[in-house]
Structures are given as C-alpha cells and as structure tokens.
Design a protein around this ligand. Structure first.
Ligand code: GLN
Length: 227
C-alpha cells in the first residue's frame, strides 16, 4: 500500500487526511523535506495559492517538491493545489497581473487562471461527468476556483463545466470550461472533493494513479530504500 502525503502548510489538510482514512489508505501531513521524501504521492490541498507559495519557500520545501515532481512523484492538487501545480498562472479577469504572488511548480502543462469564475459566482456547486469515475455524476464544490485556460497536448481533460448552451457536452469535447485534468501521474481538480462527505471517488482515483505509476510498490520489501 502506498503512503500518501498531504501538504500541510495551509488549507483544508484535515479533510484530505480524513478522506484517505475513510478509504483505508495511510496518509500523513507533510511540512518538512524529510516528510516529503518519505511519501509515495502528495496532495496539494485547497486554500490560498499565494500563501502556500510563501510557506513552501519559508519551509524550504519548494525546491525539494519541484525536484520530486520532476522525478515523477504522483501528485493531486485541488483548487489552490491545481494553481500550484500549473505551468503558468494568470490572475482573475478584472486584475490580470500574471498571477502575481504565485510561483507555480510546473508539474502540469497547463495555463491556469485563478479566481476565474469571477465575483458574481464566487462559489457554486455542480454535478459533473468525470472521465475515469464510474457511476453517478460527481458533486463538485467550487470556491473562488481556478480554471484551466489552456492545456498542452499531453494533458487529458477529465471534467468540464458545460457552457449554458451545451449542457450535454462530453468531457474533452472542448465546449466547456476545463475543471479537471491529468498528465501522467499528476491529477488536478478546480473543485474540492475533500469537502463532499460520503464520496471519495477522486481520492480513490488518485490512489489508482499512484499504483499505476509504480510508486510505493516496493515499500513492504525495502522499507529503507534510498530516495
Ligand atoms: N482562490 C484561491 C487561490 O487562487 C483558491 C481557492 C481555493 O482553494 N478554494 O489560491
């Protein structure tokens, strides 16, 4: 079984830890480089991406984290976590200063716009089709959420918020606003599955991504392996 870390500098850390506990997967808070080195995958939670940028630097985690992502560590970012994983960041439409205050980690080949749904609809909820998640639509909670404005060709679009005129558009059809993506071992959602009680399907998906990447497979036989 893999050990999942949750970046625990700021944001909804406890909710992510609880989701993994519910599905029987070990999860640990990560605040220090040694803790980062000991996990097989990392969740970057929702919160404030400018604050988390500053704390990543203050805790001397930014470079070790960027390096582990380069080395292929699986990661999952929700909301602010999606902003941090991006290749580049734009600010909300009314005040486009190029994502000032956020230093993205560059783990996803996407351009992300922060606070993209604007002041009128700071927060909303929607039921979404999500590629790779079976069963009923996923109930998604958006809070001052980012969107993926541009995705590179290696990025799979997993979910979109349909435009008003195309309610029945399929994920990836290019007619909606992109709110969930995956590129190799890196997953991101603009919304907060950790805030929806009783539905841990996105957390289960991330555990599958970790297994697919091969991370953690040798943990039982070589617990003291070198990183
Ligand atoms: N607006 C926040 C940011 O850009 C994200 C909000 C959230 O994580 N709920 O960092």
């Amino acid at each position: 079984q893999p050990v999942v870390g949750v970046l625990a500098l700021q944001g909804d850390v406890a909710e992510h830890l609880e989701a993994f506990e519910r599905i029987g997967v070990s999860a640990l808070p990560v605040r220090r480089p040694e803790e980062l080195a000991a996990v097989d995958g990392l969740v970057l939670p929702g919160g404030e991406s400018t604050t988390m940028t500053r704390l990543l630097e203050n805790f001397e985690l930014f470079e070790p984290l960027r390096q582990r992502l380069r080395d292929g560590m699986p990661a999952y970012g929700s909301c602010a976590g999606m902003v941090l994983l991006a290749g580049s960041v734009l600010d909300d439409r009314s005040d486009d200063r190029g994502g000032a205050g956020v230093r993205p980690l560059g783990a996803l080949d996407v351009v992300v716009r922060r606070n993209a749904f604007g002041r009128q609809v700071d927060s909303f909820e929607a039921d979404l089709e999500f590629a790779g998640i079976e069963g009923e639509p996923l109930h998604a909670v958006f809070i001052r959420s980012p969107v993926v404005e541009k995705a590179g060709s290696g990025v799979a679009v997993l979910a979109e918020v349909p435009e008003r005129s195309s309610q029945d558009s399929a994920p990836g059809s290019g007619t909606g606003t992109i709110v969930a993506v995956r590129q190799g071992p890196v997953l991101a959602t603009a919304f907060h599955p950790e805030l929806v009680d009783g539905d841990d399907r996105v957390h289960r998906l991330f555990v599958r991504v970790i297994h697919e990447s091969g991370a953690g497979e040798t943990r039982d036989t070589t617990p003291a392996r070198a990183e």
